[in-house]
Structure formats: C-alpha cells, structure tokens
Ligand binder design. Structure first.
Ligand code: FES
Ligand SMILES: [Fe+2]
Length: 349
C-alpha cells in the first residue's frame, strides 16, 4: 500500500538528460527527460496510440516523439503532432507527473497533481555545501525493508563487522533516543568510549577511543537524513554538542517504491572532515558502498523469506522502537489520504 500524495526521489539531477530514461515508481511506468529549456519532464511511459513506451522515443526540443508512428507529446502530455494528420483527437494525451529539482535531486509526485506543493520537498542543503558522491540502486525488496533496516542500527555489529562496526560491546551499550515527529521519527544513537570503526580511523587520525554518534531523521514516506560521526573522547561530542574536529559523515537516503517487491535506493555520502580532498570523498563513498552491499544481501534474503512465510507473526524487540514510529507515521499519512481509520492500513510485513 503506497502513499500517493507525496514527493518521492526519482533520481539525481545529472541522471536526467535529453536521452529519455524509463523508471517505474509505485507500479507506474514513467519516462523522464530534460527538455531543451532545461526543464524536467515526467510522463506516463506508454504512448496513447498503440502503447509503445515513450522512453524508446526521442526528445525533440521540449517535447518527445514516439519511436513507433512518430506522434509528439509536450511536457504536459498533450499530443501536439501526428505525422500526416491535421486533426489531433482530444483524447490523444498521456498522463504527466509533477516533477521538481532540489539539491541535486529529482523529485516526482505520483498522486493528485492539484495537491503537489514543491515547497514541501525535504530540504537537503548539504549537497551544496559538503563534497559528496552518490549512487542509484534498485533493490529486490519492498521499500519499507530499507527504512526498517536503517532505523535499527543494532544490525551494524553483525552485518557490518568489517566496515562500520567497532567493538560489538559498544553496540550493546549504545544509548538510544527515539523522538516521534508529525512526519516521522528522529532517532539518535551514542556509542561512548569505543574503538573507532575502520572507515573512521582510516579517514581521521584519532588518538585512541572515540565518542560516536548516529543521528537519523525519517520523513514519511521515504526519506532518511543521517548525520554520523565521532570525536576523540573528552572533546565534548556528547556533553557539549561538539561535532567538528573529528569524523563526520552525512548520508541522504531516498527510498522509492518501484513495485511492491522492488524499490529504488538513492543515497549520497558527504564528507565532513577533509572537505578539500576529493580522494577522501571518493574513499568514503567506496567504503559506504561496500557496507551497503552488506545490507543489500541481508535485505534480499530477508525479503525472500518474508514473501514465502509472511503470514507468520514476527516479534518486536527494544531496538524496533524507531522503525515502529516510522511505520506509524506512514500509516497515519496513508489513512488520511484514503480517509480510512488508521487500523485499516497495513503497510507491509
Ligand atoms: S504507438 Fe506511439 S505513435 Fe503509434
Ligand atoms: Fe546497515
């Protein structure tokens, strides 16, 4: 079950060019392209004549020409040309979707176009102020598995043994705070006086043990903003709110349903410690990419099992608090959109 009236990440700005690309969001095939004017266009990826995907066609100025019989559609989805035919039937149109570009991201609105307000797009100024590198992935699981995974970081001690974990004991002792918000949940995790993970100690010259924080903000339906870092112990990270002078990493996650069983995973890793060194940003990205492969393997196996045995109950433990608040926020929004009682909304396993 999807929330339709919401902005979802459709891609990175530099992915959408004059060469059309096909992407499915919320079960709906969409063609994305950049018009000659520079504006972005998102149309239903199905020509209204004989159903050819428009993504196979060619951009002509601000419009797109179907590769089958050459009909041309403008950015509003109206047919504006039929070769060798003067009269254009009023029904000759395809659906167009509101689309916007912010902070190097492309956002799409799959619901009622009248309700689309670009001012409500989640702001992420760090793509302008911190050096970063990004990636687009397609994952073989329901999109909620991905946010569930990010909001329960106790998995790091086991899934990320060689990358993000430090000592397992520090994870077991982590202090966690979960604060529900109207749109989702904020979640903070402190690992005090712990051994820095390999990624951190390769990036920054720590004296020894560190105080390490992980701050997450989930904004329903599918955005997570992460700020993670560590300072040498005694530098005031925990008790004085200091964040500079050690390791700092910001991660943007856009998790967009493709179908019920697959999703898009758009993420960026921004370097907050050696910002004038492109090789440091590159190394950070590579390290995070390796760590996310570890998550991807878990998600794939977990979801395959849930699809087979999804009708059997699961058990929540303490560390599920943040992801449960995230699910509740999403269910509130879906219920409001559909005008139904919240208890009638079941999002996924
Ligand atoms: S299918 Fe597109 S013009 Fe015929
Ligand atoms: Fe992970």
């Amino acid at each position: 079950m999807y929330l339709h009236n919401a902005w979802y990440v459709a891609g990175w700005s530099n992915e959408v060019t004059a060469k059309p690309i096909a992407r499915t969001f919320l079960d709906e095939p969409v063609v994305l392209y950049r018009a000659a004017s520079g504006a972005l266009v998102a149309l239903e990826d199905r020509c209204c004549h004989r159903g050819m995907p428009l993504s196979h066609g060619e951009v002509a100025g601000n419009d797109i020409r179907c590769e089958y019989h050459g009909m041309v559609f403008d950015r509003a989805g109206r047919c504006v040309e039929i070769p060798n035919q003067k009269l254009i039937p009023a029904k000759a149109k395809v659906r167009s979707f509101p689309i916007a570009e912010r902070d190097d991201l492309v956002w799409i609105w799959m619901g009622d176009p009248e309700k689309a307000r670009p001012a409500e797009i989640v702001a992420y100024p760090f793509h302008k102020s911190w050096p970063y590198k990004c990636k687009t992935e397609r994952l073989p699981c329901n999109y909620l598995m991905v946010s569930d995974n990010l909001l329960d970081q106790t998995h790091a001690a086991y899934v990320h043994k060689s990358t993000l974990a430090s000592d397992t004991d520090a994870h077991a002792r982590a202090e966690m705070e979960t604060v529900p918000t109207p749109d989702g949940v904020r979640f903070t995790r402190w690992m005090l006086n712990c051994v820095p993970p390999g990624i951190y100690s390769k990036a920054v010259d720590f004296k020894g043990r560190v105080d390490r924080w992980q701050e997450f903000e989930y904004v329903a339906p599918s955005c997570i903003l992460q700020f993670t870092g560590a300072l040498d112990i005694g530098m005031g990270a925990y008790d004085q709110g200091k964040r500079d002078g050690g390791f700092g990493l910001r991660i943007f996650y856009g998790i967009t349903p493709e179908t019920e069983h697959t999703c898009w995973f758009f993420w960026s890793a921004a370097n907050g410690y050696r910002q004038n060194e492109p090789e440091a940003t590159e190394a950070l990205f590579t390290a995070m990419d390796i760590a996310f492969r570890e998550d991807d393997a878990v998600l794939e196996h977990q979801y395959a099992t849930l699809r087979k045995l999804g009708d059997r109950p699961l058990v929540n433990i303490n560390s599920d608090g943040a992801r449960i608040h995230a699910r509740l926020a999403l269910e509130r929004k879906i219920a409001a959109e559909r005008g139904i009682p919240k208890e009638h909304v079941v999002t996924a396993p």
